[in-house]
Design a protein around this ligand. Structure first.
Ligand code: ADP
Ligand code: ZN
Ligand code: ZN
Length: 678
């Protein structure tokens, strides 16, 4: 009956693991048909969900009796562009996911709910908010010659021009981005620019710079700590082309930007660009694809580029621009020294040389930063009389002592326990913390320097919304003498009064199984070292210094850090990788399986290993993951390798189809393409 009235068929992608699209009927006159790229509300099973229209058709194979009507079309929202759909389609294809699982979670939650209240409100708000500010833009500093050349090369580029901006820490990469942006915005009145940073904590610093420089330009931020209302508004501002600069973390790579003309990826080497759950995408890699698709320039900036990008720069695929010196007058790279912990035994985790250096900074009113990538008080507590240690009952890991919170915490499953008063095995009341985390170092510092203003910044001290920003502001205002922190403090920050960086306990990463560990450690050390001496030496002020406490002062990795020698280090690492046939000379994917019993997971992976053979594809044996059990679930993995990316992709496509058809109720599995942690 209903079919007699004019209607069309909407083919819709939904956020479900089913690798297909779904047809719905929509009653409308032919001239009022919905458009591809619009959103529609439909009944799916027992739920009402929002989907993305990917085709509008006259008819369907779905039998009349089974065909449901779509409930609503979000006609007030202009369609997502074909380019955006192609981006989502590429990501879905490349990472072997259904389109809906990529496209829909990339949209603000408020767009995907049953009502349009939030959407309508955002549309009204943006329509009102038209008047540009007329504040005067902050004056840009005159660029040095290398910066100017880089800004002109980036700002003046046309077509797909991937550029690696390789500039030492403090070389003023931000200023290069800003002036390149200025050129693009001035030249093209509608142009939009996407700027990605690795850490949410770096957005306020850059946001402030951008707003001061471009007061008349609408800036939208996109990151995970926005409220849903803000996220809706900012997303829409980008989608409507009003926001001309969009600044965000990795999730912003999926923003809808109809007039995108330039992409900037700051600290491109940073592992945070890789999403580590769900759709495990690399925002950096998607950004390069997006730039290629739109034929626009993209700049990847870093003092320690990823080996992938370095490789592309060496082979000429990316253009390389260099900034060899620090931008601020009199600012030079800090002196890096290795402190041998065998000779100078640490007290409270600090060698006497590091203590002396801290003391000197205290006397001169300068700031120091201690970097220790381990939060909590101590990684474990133990009983010296029977050997008991605080293991997590649900994971292959230890319960970390958090003394200020009076808790033992597992950092993997978030199990929390009170600190036991006595050993659960033998009753001994004298339980000892073993090792040292940031809280313990903080305590030691307070004892050593009772007059010092010590501030700890880590995931524990910054749980409350806004507290991280508050902490960083305190440092910038100079109200902190000694800052102690994890990788949160190591990246990107421009601390102006800091002349000393102390690095505690980096040795563990030297002997890791993971072939990427040394690349990562090197980058981390160079980055944190790069926080020292950024403002230039003042009269009577200290020379900026980085002191690394180690048991292996002879290790070549430290030698490269001392010499600030990324080039040689990276070139040597790349040679090793080529000889050992590792990425970037090889392409990988990882199939993970989780089950109550390890055997079940391994069994599934064994079947998966044997179900499809393919030339030029190596499927390794299934193995338990290093941390086998997390939250009472056992985990195993299977590594797939190929020297050819297209062949790997072709294999995965066929293989995934087979795996999806397997009955696997007792295992949960997922595939990761280009895994970072193996
Ligand atoms: P990077 O990101 O390369 O580590 P930043 O962009 O944070 O470095 O710049 C480091 C410092 O140098 C900042 O304080 C910035 O204001 C300053 N700076 C950048 N360019 C110039 C310049 N041309 N003249 C003077 N100071 C500059
Ligand atoms: Zn005991
Ligand atoms: Zn646990």
């Amino acid at each position: 009956m209903t079919a007699l009235f004019p209607h069309c068929i909407l083919r819709i992608a939904l956020d479900t693991p089913l690798n297909t699209v779904f047809d719905y009927r929509w009653h409308c006159e032919p001239e009022a048909r919905p458009l591809v790229g619009q959103l529609a509300l439909v009944q799916f099973g027992s739920r009402e969900v929002t989907g993305l229209i990917v085709e509008v058709l006259d008819e369907t194979d779905v039998p009349e009796a089974k065909l449901k009507d779509a409930l609503a079309v979000r006609s007030q929202l202009s369609p997502l562009s074909p380019q955006w759909l192609a981006l989502a389609g590429f990501a879905a294809d490349y990472y072997q996911r259904p389109l809906g699982e990529v496209a829909l979670p990339g949209l603000p939650k408020n767009l995907r709910v049953g009502t349009t209240v939030a959407l309508d409100r955002a549309i009204r708000k943006l329509a009102k908010n038209e008047a540009p500010h007329d504040a005067t833009p902050a004056n840009p500093p005159p660029l040095n010659a290398q910066q100017q050349a880089a800004a002109d090369a980036i700002g003046g580029a046309s077509g797909f021009t991937p550029t690696l901006l390789y500039g030492v820490t403090g070389s003023g990469k931000t200023e290069v981005y800003l002036q390149a942006c200025d050129q693009v915005l001035t030249r093209e009145p509608d142009a939009q620019i996407l700027i990605l940073v690795p850490e949410i904590n770096l957005t306020p610093q850059l946001e402030g710079n951008i707003r001061a420089r471009f007061p008349g330009v609408m800036l939208a931020t996109l990151h995970s700590s926005l409220s849903e209302g803000e996220r809706m508004l900012h997303w829409l501002a980008a989608h409507q082309g009003r926001a001309r600069i969009v600044l965000g973390t990795r999730l912003a790579i999926l923003a809808s930007l109809p007039n995108l003309k330039l992409i900037v990826i700051d600290e491109e080497h940073d592992p945070s660009y890789k999403q580590q759950e769900g759709l495990r995408y690399s925002a950096r890699d998607l950004a390069v694809w997006r730039a290629w698709q739109l034929q626009i320039p993209i700049v990847l900036g870093s003092a320690t580029p990823s080996l992938e990008s370095w490789h592309h720069a060496q082979s000429g695929r990316y253009r390389k621009l260099e900034l060899r010196e620090r931008a601020v007058k009199n600012a030079v790279l800090p002196q890096v020294k290795l402190l041998d912990m065998e000779r100078d035994k640490p007290k409270d985790g600090l060698t006497s040389q590091l203590i002396a250096a801290l003391k000197l900074r205290m006397e001169r009113g300068e700031q120091s930063l201690l970097f220790l990538n381990r939060r909590g008080y101590a990684p474990v507590i133990c009983c010296e009389s029977c050997g008991w240690i605080s293991e997590c009952t649900r994971c292959t890991s230890f319960m970390v002592l958090h003394r200020p919170e009076h808790r033992l915490r597992c950092h993997h499953c978030s199990l929390e326990l009170r600190i036991p008063r006595h050993c659960p095995t033998c009753g001994n009341v004298d339980l000892q913390p073993l090792g040292r985390g940031t809280q313990r170092v903080e305590e030691g510092l307070q004892a050593l320097f009772p007059e010092a203003r010590v501030l700890r910044i880590d995931a524990d001290s910054t749980r409350k919304k806004g507290s991280a920003q508050e902490a960083f502001d305190t440092v910038h205002r100079g109200e902190v003498d000694i800052l102690i922190g994890t990788q949160m403090v190591a990246k990107g920050h421009d601390f102006k009064k800091l002349t000393l960086v102390g690095i505690l306990n980096p040795d563990t990463a030297l002997f890791s199984q993971d072939y990427r560990a040394s690349e990562r450690l090197f980058a981390q050390l160079m980055q944190v070292a790069g926080r020292a001496g950024r403002a230039g030496r003042t009269e009577g002020g200290s020379e900026s210094e980085v002191l690394i406490q180690t048991r292996y002062p002879q290790h070549p990795l430290y030698g490269a850090v001392v010499n600030h020698d990324y080039d040689h280090f990276a070139t040597a690492l790349l040679e090793e990788r080529e000889q050992a046939a590792l990425p970037p000379y090889l392409f990988q994917a990882l199939l993970r399986a989780e089950a109550r019993e390890l055997a079940t997971a391994l069994e599934f992976l064994t079947i998966a290993r044997d179900c499809l053979a393919h030339p030029n594809i190596t499927i390794n044996d299934p193995i338990p993951m290093t941390m086998t059990r997390v939250h009472n679930v056992d985990r195993a993995q299977l590594l797939i390798e190929s020297p050819s990316r297209p062949q790997l992709q072709a294999f995965l496509k066929e293989w995934m189809k087979m795996l999806r058809e397997m009955k696997t109720s007792r295992v949960k599995w997922s595939l990761e393409v280009d895994p970072l942690d193996i």
